[in-house]
Design a binder for this molecule. Structure first.
Ligand SMILES: Cc1cc2nc3c(=O)[nH]c(=O)nc-3n(C[C@H](O)[C@H](O)[C@H](O)COP(=O)(O)OP(=O)(O)OC[C@H]3O[C@@H](n4cnc5c(N)ncnc54)[C@H](O)[C@@H]3O)c2cc1C
Length: 269
């Protein structure tokens, strides 16, 4: 029997028309869009936390496809029979503007099942410390990853360092605060605002190397962390990646996703 015959056949993923079940405004410039998953597509749309969906539509006569990370825990997605994405407006952006301004409950959108490797399998038997560093819309996969970990690993902890301009522009902030109330012993939320002073009185500022080093040094020594998740602008992910490398963190424990790279010649990944 040839190699070709013995290889399992995998169906090529294809787009499915899904109905928008609700659209929630998160901030002035971001919405969450949920899709109803009918019973016959539950298996097709099964996902690992951290993965993304690909949406396809026509805007101005052209086909547009973009990726959006799933931002619900696995258990919550199952309970609601929905998948949810969050989209922040990018100035002049085709699909983000369409999602934020035009999409309504009841609309039907072509969606490709979940893809991506920004994920770590959960293990109920392990007591781990998972730390995420995210900024802006980079919270979306991290919300799914950390919520799933807290639900599926009853003795693990999670810490989120979350950068935004100010509280009003932070996507899913009320949901994250509820998570901190639900798991007071196991989930720590550290907001970093670039335009207003921090809760502890320290000055406004972005998550740069110095601030990150201070944050990690005081509360989250890298030697006590099992898995790292970095998501946000390229600059933030690179800053965090280099700092962790410098601190001797093994690369295979550092997982990252970049949504967009500004500079030409660089690829997201
Ligand atoms: C794996 C993956 C997961 C993603 N998950 C999410 C998510 O959960 N939520 C979310 O909001 N976005 C997410 N994105 C980004 C998303 O796919 C789109 O790129 C984004 O919504 C912009 O698309 P657009 O059609 O509005 O802009 P476009 O019409 O493609 O771009 C308009 C202009 O904005 C620039 N631009 C494009 N994207 C960005 C950006 N992100 N930041 C700054 N400038 C940009 C372009 O270079 C161009 O100049 C993800 C991207 C990837 C690769």
């Amino acid at each position: 029997m040839s190699m070709l015959q013995t290889r399992p056949r995998r169906a090529r993923p294809r787009f499915h028309p899904l109905t928008v079940s609700r659209v929630e405004r998160l901030t002035d410039r971001a919405v969450a869009v949920s899709f109803a998953i009918p019973d016959e597509l539950r298996e097709t749309f099964a996902f690992r936390p951290g993965q993304h969906l690909t949406l396809r539509t026509e805007i101005g006569g052209d086909e547009v496809r973009r990726s959006y990370s799933i931002c619900l825990s696995r258990a919550e997605a199952e309970r609601r029979r929905e998948l949810r994405i969050g989209s922040a407006v990018v100035d002049g952006g085709l699909m983000s503007t369409w999602l934020n301004e035009d999409v309504r409950a009841g609309d039907v959108i072509d969606v490709l099942p979940a893809l991506g490797d920004f994920t770590v399998p959960t293990d109920a038997a392990r007591a781990r410390h998972h730390v995420a560093i995210a900024a802006g819309s980079g919270i979306t996969p991290v919300l799914s990853l950390l919520t799933t970990v807290l639900e599926d690993e009853p003795t693990s902890r999670a810490t989120l360092i979350f950068g935004n301009r100010e509280p009003a522009s932070a996507m899913f902030l009320p949901e994250l605060e509820q998570l901190a109330e639900r798991y007071p012993e196991r989930f720590t939320l550290r907001n970093v605002f670039s335009r207003v002073p921090q809760a502890d009185g320290s000055p406004a500022g972005r998550i740069d190397a110095a601030r990150l080093e201070a944050l990690l040094g005081s509360t989250t020594p890298p030697a006590e962390v099992d898995e790292w998740y970095l998501c946000g602008p390229f600059e933030l992910v690179e800053t965090a990646r280099k700092l962790l490398e410098h601190k001797g963190v093994e690369q295979h424990h550092v997982h990252h996703e970049v949504f967009h790279v500004d500079r030409p010649g660089m690829t997201a990944g």
